[in-house]
Design a protein around this ligand. Structure first.
Ligand SMILES: [Mn+2]
Length: 322
């Protein structure tokens, strides 16, 4: 006999703004027997090249997630009723030793996924995508990557450092943990160091849908192209919140003008329904630069949509959901 999932705190009894902030007011992981999906924070920003502050994002995004309601109309799913979703708290990482921090994230993410739990990770800066990809690749082999970001994040080194928030996807290709037939950046824009950045990125296997492409082709054509590239491969979705225009995400470390709207981002994510999602993250929220929680609210909705996509995958087709 299966027990009903334990859902969020009942907002008809306890106001949404009251009580401790777990993601979407869900139970903590230690309050449930096991979880199908867990939200975990990585308060870490030792890998940033410009504005620091993403270490405060997990707390800010949890606060901003208080208003998330249980039914997702666009995907026709009630994720917290269909499967057990829980908040796994934060992975405590060393702020002074980036190598140790990367190892801790890989180890803890592997441990959390060991009984089949799928993770939605709230960063943290983008450095953490590397150990998160290592952890999913251990279970699923090399994964397709859908990388939403203003930037390529396939640079080689900064100041001689290999592990930074601008280098995780090059390291992932070098380590053979991603499927080089199915790597895509979406939302890329802004000045680069040179044309060679694009040539090297292509050589690593990435396809690019720029921010302008999304505008010109629209959401549906963008989704079609991405789905074709991904196919039925295991897919990891990494969302750098700076993929959004600074108007939609001012609170981030390396803002670039000319970005997507939060509406476009969420629509593209919803277009991924039915794909074989194995993990996802939303990174680079820097709350100290935010205004009125604009960025944290956007990030909380990205996490909610990732959870909903996982739920569709875990609980079967939409018709079977209540
Ligand atoms: Mn990034």
């Amino acid at each position: 006999m299966t027990t009903e999932p334990r859902g969020p705190v009942d907002s008809s009894r306890v106001p949404r703004y009251a009580g401790p902030a777990t993601f979407a007011r869900l139970p903590r992981l230690d309050e449930v027997p096991r979880a199908d999906i867990a939200v975990v924070g990585v308060p870490f920003d030792t890998g940033v090249s410009y504005r620091p502050g993403a270490r405060f994002a997990p707390a800010a995004v949890r606060e901003a997630s208080r208003l998330l309601r249980p039914y997702h109309p666009a995907l026709d799913v009630s994720p917290f009723a269909a499967v057990q979703v829980a908040d796994a708290g934060d992975i405590p990482v060393n702020p002074f030793d980036i190598n140790e921090a990367i190892e801790t994230v890989e180890h803890e993410a592997s441990r959390l996924q060991s009984d089949g739990t799928k993770l939605v990770t709230i960063g943290g800066d983008h450095t953490i995508a590397l150990p998160l990809l290592r952890a999913v690749a251990k279970r699923h082999g090399p994964v397709a990557v859908l990388h939403f970001d203003a930037h390529l994040d396939t640079w080689d080194t900064y100041f001689g450092a290999e592990y930074t928030h601008g280098t995780p996807f090059r390291r992932a290709v070098e380590e053979g943990i991603v499927d080089t037939e199915a790597l895509s950046h979406v939302g890329t824009r802004g000045p680069l160091y040179g044309k060679r950045d694009l040539e090297e990125d292509r050589r690593l296997g990435f396809g690019i849908v720029t921010s302008s492409d999304v505008l010109r082709r629209g959401v549906d054509e963008t989704v079609d192209a991405l789905r074709q590239r991904i196919g039925d491969r295991p897919l990891y979705v990494s969302v750098d919140i700076d993929v959004l225009d600074p108007a939609h995400a001012p609170g981030t470390g390396t803002p670039e003008a000319g970005g997507m709207t939060s509406r476009e981002l969420l629509e593209i994510l919803r277009g991924l329904a039915g794909l074989n999602l194995v993990g996802g993250d939303v990174v680079e929220v820097a709350p100290a630069y935010d205004h009125a929680d604009i960025t944290s609210v956007a990030a909380s909705h990205v996490a909610y949509d990732l959870i909903s996509l996982f739920t569709l995958d875990s609980a079967g087709p939409r018709e079977e959901q209540r």
